[in-house]
Write a protein that binds this ligand. Sequence first.
Ligand SMILES: [Zn+2]
Length: 78
Amino acid sequence: MSLRITCPTCGPRSAEEWIHGEMFDVPDSITNTDEWDVDRGFFHNNPEGLVQEAWFHLYGCRRWVVITRDTRTDEILS
Ligand SMILES: [Zn+2]
């Protein structure tokens, strides 16, 4: 069974309806705004375990949802 994300507006939906990204902090040592954008856009941490992610319901209501997902099991904890 594919991963399902629960949208507060639309209910549980297949992950194929969404786009998502890991939410992480850019290191404080990066102060140049161009370098900040590059780090945030291309240098993801891709950790194993619990990750906080923002999911955008692209093919639904077009709202954002923030979830915590275990990348080892795809279990959604909140
Ligand atoms: Zn929705």
